[in-house]
Ligand binder design. Structure first.
Ligand SMILES: NC(=O)c1ccc[n+]([C@@H]2O[C@H](COP(=O)([O-])OP(=O)(O)OC[C@H]3O[C@@H](n4cnc5c(N)ncnc54)[C@H](OP(=O)(O)O)[C@@H]3O)[C@@H](O)[C@H]2O)c1
Length: 267
């Protein structure tokens, strides 16, 4: 029988993946404002160290970090072991790390496509699985999974990326249902175009960047929406009015049309 423990925020850690920059770093800032201690994860140790220093000095919370590649096989188990060894109690798990690859999917190697799928899907589900027993020990705990507005339609030129994000969305919804009688709330937030390093890593073409210019959101706004949604216990949130409208239009329009329009932006 698992025991539930009630602790102050000061002893509760929020673990955020992809927290060295972009949306993840801003999510970390939002949680630090609420006095959560933090565990930041990404690959670059130097960027994590910088982010940790900045957050500690601004918010006087404890911040530790782990530099690891979350696209590696079986990495979630290793992260959990490290957390246990440090005696950290995680009550918030934020699966934010992820990236896309623009262009024809066949132009990437098997390894490149697999690494993206590992990070965006496999590690997200495995992090939830390995951390669930710890999360359930708290009287209230949260999982926040970051999907994307691309989860709402098939996206030629980002075929695998968009498919990984519908995985995140549907997995999160089902997990929330399965956990309805537990202390763990699951929220999935889907940002649209956000001003981060995402476009560079995905090699998004200039035409698509230009199309997004007028609707791009700041990572700060996306993080605030995400954290508010998580604490409100929401199941599924699309960040920003324009992205909500886009998802609605994609839902009512014939699929062949939404796919042609989307492909036109990227090609
Ligand atoms: N920006 C957008 O337009 C947009 C739109 C919709 C959804 N999203 C989603 O939002 C989430 C955050 O993206 P972002 O826009 O903030 O991108 P970003 O600025 O590129 O940040 C990505 C973060 O994830 C980390 N990361 C990347 N690959 C990793 C790996 N293999 N292992 C561990 N950490 C890794 C990065 O650090 P390292 O490089 O040091 O590892 C960084 O901290 C992603 O899931 C993305 O799909 C973004």
């Amino acid at each position: 029988m698992l025991k539930r423990v009630i602790l102050s925020n000061q002893n509760m850690y929020a673990l955020i993946t992809g927290a060295s920059k972009g949306i993840g770093k801003e999510i970390a800032m939002e949680l630090a404002k609420k006095k959560y201690d933090l565990i930041l994860i990404a690959r670059s140790a130097s960027q994590l160290e910088e982010a940790a220093k900045e957050i500690r000095s601004k918010y006087a919370v404890k911040v530790d970090f782990l530099a690891t590649d979350l696209s590696a096989p079986d990495v979630a188990r290793g992260v959990f072991k490290w957390v246990e060894q440090n005696n950290y109690q995680v009550s918030i798990l934020v699966n934010n790390a992820g990236y896309g690859l623009a262009g024809d999917f066949e132009n990437y190697t098997l390894e490149q496509n697999r690494a993206m799928m590992n990070l965006n899907m496999i590690t997200v589900s495995e992090m939830c699985q390995v951390f669930l027993p710890m999360l359930k020990r708290h009287s209230q705990a949260y999982i926040l999974n970051i999907a994307s507005s691309t989860a709402y339609q098939a996206l030629p030129q980002m075929a695998i990326y968009a498919a990984t994000k519908i995985f995140v969305l549907n997995f999160s919804r089902a997990l929330k249902f399965e956990l309805k009688n537990s202390s763990v709330s699951v929220t999935c937030v889907s940002p649209g175009a956000t001003d981060t390093n995402f476009n560079d890593r995905a090699a998004i073409p200039a035409k698509a960047r230009k199309a997004a210019e007028k609707v791009v959101m700041s990572p700060q706004d996306v993080a605030k929406i995400s954290i508010d949604a998580m604490f409100a216990g929401k199941t599924e949130v699309i960040a920003g009015f324009v992205n909500k409208l886009g998802a609605f239009l994609a839902w009512i329009a014939p699929k062949a049309i939404t796919e042609k329009v989307a492909a036109g932006i990227y090609e």
